[in-house]
Design a protein around this ligand. Structure first.
Ligand code: FEO
Length: 168
């Protein structure tokens, strides 16, 4: 059993994870259009991971006997002024998601829903990693500045990212 309140916020968050996937796919397209294939690869993988996050919520709601309610996914931004702006938006977005996960944990605790609280702990940990990864890339971009060979090296580095095995 799952409370109506818990179900509502879990369904709402499912949409946020799919929106994240859409946003990162838009960023991948931005880099593909600029022939920065490594950066595009990083965002393609990021987009796939977000889809898996959405599926974790999808599966969990069903396991708890709840009704999955899919809603409209908002159109993401499609243009950025710079690489710096893309990653600043990425960090801002991940910080927002971390805040939303924390609010879900608040609801689970208020509802005394221990199973959902345990399910959410994976995301609490994941968000720490997500924010740290983006912050590290932002620091590298700051170091590179206008240096074209630095950008080439970063593109190569991010092009080597491989998708983690899908565990949903
Ligand atoms: Fe699924 Fe990057 O939060």
């Amino acid at each position: 059993m799952i409370s109506a309140k818990m179900l509502k916020v879990l369904n709402s968050h499912l949409n946020e994870e799919f929106y994240s996937s859409y946003l990162y796919l838009s960023m991948a397209a931005y880099f593909e259009a600029r022939n920065l294939k490594g950066l595009a690869n990083w965002f393609r993988i990021q987009s796939s991971e977000e889809q898996l996050h959405g599926m974790k919520f999808f599966n969990f709601i069903l396991q708890k006997g709840g009704k999955v309610t899919l809603s409209d996914i908002a159109a993401p931004k499609i243009e950025w002024k710079s690489i710096q702006e893309v990653f600043a938006d990425t960090l801002k977005h991940e910080q927002k998601i971390s805040g939303l996960i924390n609010k879900l944990v608040d609801v689970a605790m208020i509802e005394k829903d221990y199973a959902t609280n345990t399910f959410l702990q994976w995301f609490v940990t994941e968000q720490v990693e997500e924010e740290a990864n983006v912050e590290e890339i932002i620091q590298k971009i700051e170091m590179i500045g206008d240096n074209k060979s630095g950008l080439y090296m970063l593109d190569n580095e991010l092009g080597a990212r491989v998708a983690a095995p899908a565990v949903v």
